[in-house]
Design a protein around this ligand. Structure first.
Ligand SMILES: Cc1cc2nc3c(=O)[nH]c(=O)nc-3n(C[C@H](O)[C@H](O)[C@H](O)COP(=O)(O)OP(=O)(O)OC[C@H]3O[C@@H](n4cnc5c(N)ncnc54)[C@H](O)[C@@H]3O)c2cc1C
Length: 381
């Protein structure tokens, strides 16, 4: 058992960390304020190979192991939670769907530009009436000659309004429950009938557009089907399983940002003639915050390790995501507390960390649903 990062992993951490300190941290408040998609940062990340971290170099990726990828997402999210979602949804969800379930020609056409960061990806699974309950989705894809005609809509799709490639889930056999779901590559610029209805105003996660999409007689050629008809539900579960490791990473990044800021403040702010960090209650808060961060990081790397080894990691990624997301909200909450009144204002980023952290408990499996998954795994259900 080796808890140390390899030289390559350390190098990735240093490289991304430097990029984040120099390019992301200085504009993070602005992104939070304007809520604009940070295209310039995405272009810079593409140059650094950060838009295709886990994909092989032959498909335009950086060929990193999953630990390094998670480290990359942790660092990016330390700078901006919204940017963390942009990269995670693009890579772990959209890119992974094509990488894992696409054929060679689909990988060449759609994964390579995603991994190189020339295209942005989105993953369109959730619907207004089908969030946790994926099989109740109503979007359909009907075969018509050598095309599929997709009708319906999706809600809360990260990157949905800016994406060049959207992996869309739809029912090809509405009577077959979760076995009737299939997935497709949709290209908004090429395919008529792809409509962005709206982008949400959100508590946090600013900079990553969360879109409501509508598909109105959207026709895609049959070669856009990923895998076989009826495999979409299992593909989604497998993809979310890997994605949860990177939401643990996003959670960690935000928790670290909140912790670093609070520790610094505790050394500077004086009350009763001494830095507040010298009060035992503040010291204990910092101790608890760091301990939770360290524990969450271990769960994240344990899940990544099992994924790399090809072992079943459903329980591990669920636990990593569940724990890391809850502690990121707790750490960010204590971050505000340590700042006192200043923490509740926009004078400090403490409140942004709190708003960004909350999302981790909701997307890619709510905490309640993850507890169900973990419980089922424990009880062999
Ligand atoms: C900012 C943002 C970005 C997102 N990005 C994407 C994206 O890129 N792609 C995408 O497809 N989706 C995305 N989502 C959707 C997200 O995955 C869903 O919101 C999430 O799965 C929960 O679904 P829901 O909102 O319908 O809540 P519901 O499923 O309605 O749940 C409501 C409450 O009931 C609880 N609940 C539901 N079922 C159970 C159960 N069986 N047992 C116990 N409790 C239960 C939930 O835990 C929750 O507390 C995003 C959401 C947000 C907010």
């Amino acid at each position: 058992m080796d808890f140390a990062l390899s030289a390559e992993q350390q190098q990735i951490r240093d490289m991304v960390s430097e990029f984040v300190d120099e390019e992301v941290v200085p504009v993070a408040d602005e992104i939070d304020h304007t809520d604009e998609f940070p295209q310039e940062l995405v272009d810079e990340m593409a140059e650094l190979g950060l838009m295709g971290m886990p994909f092989p170099e032959e498909y335009g990726g950086a060929g990193l192991d999953y630990h390094s990828y998670a480290i990359g997402i942790e660092e990016i999210s330390r700078g901006s939670g919204g940017l963390g979602t942009v990269v995670a949804a693009h890579t772990s969800l959209a890119g992974n769907m094509v990488y894992e379930f696409g054929n060679e020609s689909q990988k060449e056409s759609y994964l390579t530009p995603l991994a190189a960061g020339e295209d942005v990806g989105a993953f369109a699974l959730s619907e207004a009436g089908a969030g946790s309950d994926v099989p109740s989705m109503e979007t359909t894809a009907e075969k018509d000659g050598d095309e599929y005609v997709i009708d319906g809509g999706k809600l809360w799709i990260s990157n949905g309004s800016v994406a060049d490639t959207v992996t869309v889930f739809a029912k090809t056999d509405p009577d077959a429950g979760n076995k009737g779901i299939s997935s497709f590559v949709v290209r908004p610029e090429e395919d008529d009938g792809f409509i962005v209805e709206n982008t949400e105003e959100k508590l946090g996660d600013k900079g990553c557009p969360t879109a409501e999409l509508r598909f109105d007689d959207l026709r895609v050629p049959e070669d856009r089907l990923l895998g076989e008809e009826g495999e979409g539900f299992v593909q989604a579960l497998k993809t979310l399983n890997g994605g949860r490791i990177t939401i643990a990473a996003r959670s960690l990044g935000i928790a670290r940002a909140a912790f670093d800021e609070a520790r610094e403040y505790a050394g500077e702010r004086e009350q009763f003639g001494q830095p507040i960090g010298e009060f035992q209650s503040i010291k204990h808060k910092l101790a608890d915050m760091d301990t939770k961060i360290q524990a969450a990081r271990m769960l994240m790397h344990k899940a990544a390790d099992k994924k790399i080894r090809g072992e079943d990691y459903i329980k591990d990624s669920s636990q990593a995501k569940l724990y890391a997301s809850e502690i990121s909200r707790e750490v960010a909450n204590e971050g505000i507390q340590i700042h006192g009144g200043y923490g509740y204002t926009k004078d400090f980023p403490a409140e942004r960390f709190y708003r960004d952290a909350k999302l981790n408990e909701i997307y890619e499996g709510t905490s309640e649903v993850l507890r169900n998954t973990i419980g089922d795994q424990l009880l062999d259900n």
